[in-house]
Design a protein around this ligand. Structure first.
Ligand SMILES: Cc1cc2nc3c(=O)[nH]c(=O)nc-3n(C[C@H](O)[C@H](O)[C@H](O)COP(=O)(O)OP(=O)(O)OC[C@H]3O[C@@H](n4cnc5c(N)ncnc54)[C@H](O)[C@@H]3O)c2cc1C
Length: 386
């Protein structure tokens, strides 16, 4: 296709993977990222086999596997520690050819940035608005500068300013719960290969070993959006919320530096279409934000990066490429958003009787039924789609 110059707004996982994929296919790419330093210090994430397949195409899968830790088991527990479900995630590698990986976000960002050509990423430059005239699209930034290209990709996250200009009517949907995240340094390797999520009344706590020296945890609780708090207040609240939960939850919270505890209200958007207007399109959380209950938000951004690049490479014009990209991504990302929303509703139930019933049902449900969605998500291979 003739469209050679592409601007990406946002240097998150979606924006960086798109830049790598496009550069590998001969496009000229510039990424503009508003923060000065990338990679949230206090968080990790899991990347499933479906994302690893794309990362292999991008040439970074082995580096990601080395920097992270393979997930062999994923457990659901009750708040007192009772085992409700024990999924064999290690089987994914045998079945789908790639493992499920837990990794620190800063480590992932470093790998992705190193895979870019020099001078691709402009840090500390915030997107303000775009203008397009059918021939090109110009982005304007908060440093007073501008840049013009054949295509602009808004990969600027759930609160996307690019989407805000394109579709001002689209509203975020608040899930009813907030999430905190933290990372603890520990040399204890006991939990290597294990992730767990414990379910209580209107609250959940997850533990993920991201590498040999660090454990990442996340916690959720039902509450109104918009809480303002200091790190010390967050830590005190978490210690109180989870004081009666099983080991080592209290220990992990105690060991986390208060000023490194992150808090995000959890939003998504009900699946919408289109994602494009003229020479501007959306990718990742800007296009298909999801609640984190399936651990698939970044995986979907990575898949979309691949599909968009292939569409741009193989179609003769931008309009056809964007139409193909959206038609190949909409159904799958909508399924993830909707399924994840439903899982979140179940996970955050606040009636103690319903919680006990939910935990009982999860405990007696056959493993195959519990793992149906896991396999539908992880077993999907976008690299065979095109
Ligand atoms: C608690 C929690 C746990 C999660 N766990 C997982 C998990 O285990 N696995 C998984 O796959 N996903 C997980 N996710 C989801 C995942 O984090 C997101 O889906 C993923 O980060 C989306 O990537 P993105 O690049 O689209 O957006 P983002 O990561 O949000 O990146 C957007 C980037 O755009 C930049 N930006 C924003 N506005 C502008 C602007 N005006 N100008 C320039 N730059 C701008 C931002 O600074 C940011 O760097 C989790 C999310 C949460 C909240």
């Amino acid at each position: 296709m003739n469209a050679k110059k592409i601007i990406i707004i946002g240097g998150g996982i979606g924006g960086l993977c798109t830049a790598i994929a496009l550069q590998k296919n001969g496009f000229e790419v510039t990424v503009y990222e508003k923060v000065r330093k990338l990679g949230e210090v206090g968080a990790g994430l899991t990347l499933w086999s479906n994302a690893l397949k794309v990362l292999r195409e991008l040439g970074v899968a082995d580096a990601v596997i080395r920097a992270g830790s393979k997930v062999n088991r994923s457990q659901i527990r009750a708040s007192n520690g009772d085992m409700l479900h024990n999924a064999r995630m290690g089987e994914m590698e045998t079945q789908y050819g790639e493992p499920v990986i837990a990794i620190h976000r800063a480590a992932l960002h470093e790998i992705l940035i190193n895979a870019l050509k020099p001078n691709t990423l402009n840090l500390g430059v915030g997107f303000v608005k775009f203008e397009q005239d059918g021939k090109g699209v110009t982005a304007y930034f908060d440093n007073g500068k501008s840049d013009t290209a054949n295509l602009l990709i808004g990969a600027d996250g759930v609160h996307s300013a690019v989407r805000g200009q394109m579709f001002p009517e689209i509203q975020l949907r608040y899930s009813g719960y907030t999430a905190w995240r933290g990372v603890v340094e520990t040399e204890n390797e006991a939990a290597l290969g294990l992730t767990s999520e414990s379910w209580g009344v209107g609250a959940r706590f997850g533990i993920v070993r991201v590498d040999k020296s660090r454990i990442y945890w996340f916690a959720t609780s039902n509450q109104p959006a918009g809480e303002k708090s200091t790190g010390e207040q967050r830590k005190a609240k978490l210690l109180s919320l989870f004081k009666d939960w099983h080991d080592p939850i209290r220990h992990l919270l105690d060991s986390t530096p208060a000023d490194l505890i992150l808090q995000n209200d959890i939003h998504d958007i009900q699946p919408f279409a289109p994602w494009s207007t003229g020479q501007v399109t959306l990718l990742g959380d800007a296009a298909h934000p999801t609640t984190p209950n399936m651990g698939q938000g970044a995986c979907m951004a990575i898949e979309s990066a691949y599909v968009l690049t292939r569409s741009l490479k193989e179609e003769s014009d931008i309009k056809s490429a964007l139409r193909r990209y959206e038609s190949q991504r909409h159904e799958r990302t909508a399924w993830i958003t909707n399924t994840s929303w439903t899982i979140g509703r179940g996970g955050q139930v606040r009636n103690p009787f319903l919680c006990a019933l939910r935990n009982f049902l999860v405990k007696i449900m056959p493993a195959s039924a519990m793992q149906k969605n896991i396999h539908r998500a992880a077993g999907f291979d976008v690299t065979y789609l095109l």
